[in-house]
Design a protein around this ligand. Sequence first.
Ligand code: OOG
Ligand code: NI
Length: 288
Amino acid sequence: MIVKTNNFVAYKNIIKMNLTYFFEELWKQYTEKTPSAQKIKTLFETEGNTVFNDHIAIRTFNDPRVNIDVLAKPFIALGYEFKEEYFFKAKKLYAKHFEHKSDPNAPKIFISELLLEEFSVELRDIVKGVLGTVDPKIFLEEDLILKGRIWSNPSFDIYQKLLSASEYAAWMYVNGFCSNHFTVDVNKLDTFENLPQVNDFLKENGFKMNISGGEIKGSPSQLLEQSSILADIVTVKFEENVKEITSCYYEFSYRYKNADGITFNGFIADSADKIFESTDMRQQNEQS
Ligand code: OOG
Ligand code: NI
């Protein structure tokens, strides 16, 4: 229940939930459609590691009903604050990252949004139309992020129209609100020293890597290296037929300290630009 006091919306239940419980719920929702993530986490644990989460990422549209600031609300209520913003010109995306004010071990949150005004009237009308079918009360619910696709079965025709303009838009239309990935903090693994070792282990175990922009994005001088597996494929019931579509993926990050000995906690836009492509069906098709 949301309690309104003047303009302030207090996220009462989320605060009661606490951070650990909220992330457990996000993990449950995510692994239901991303079984590879649970498999990999278990593999790491079997090797003798405890798996810590560096960050999660969330996608949305910049429509005021569901934009970044709407999806950030439960995290703000749980003690997070805005840190930095990122621009993705070609993909027509904007993103913000948030960090917890007092708990340095709390995962960082990366939320991006599709800049609707930069697309055709047709795409904008489709997205506004889809959001228009949703009971507006749902947009105000504090656990919106846990609700997945809040509109009814997608149409394959619309999916393809969106796909021709933006893979992100098409993915969002089918998947809705969720944690789009969790990220293994490779620095905290005990039996792996670096990202190449992790990637080799993943490939030995049959997982396909996102190789857009190279298997490893970023470099020690950028203070962040990242890799990810290609998103899992799930069966989606469209209005017209049933199709196999990408769901979510698992990411792996290795962070370096700057000259002052402070670990870099931000993101690198050029790397993120390629990480987004982990959900792109075209890479799946090329690699199979
Ligand atoms: C987010 C991609 C960017 C990172 O760590 O740079 C990202 C997404 O796929 O929604 O997560
Ligand atoms: Ni990420």
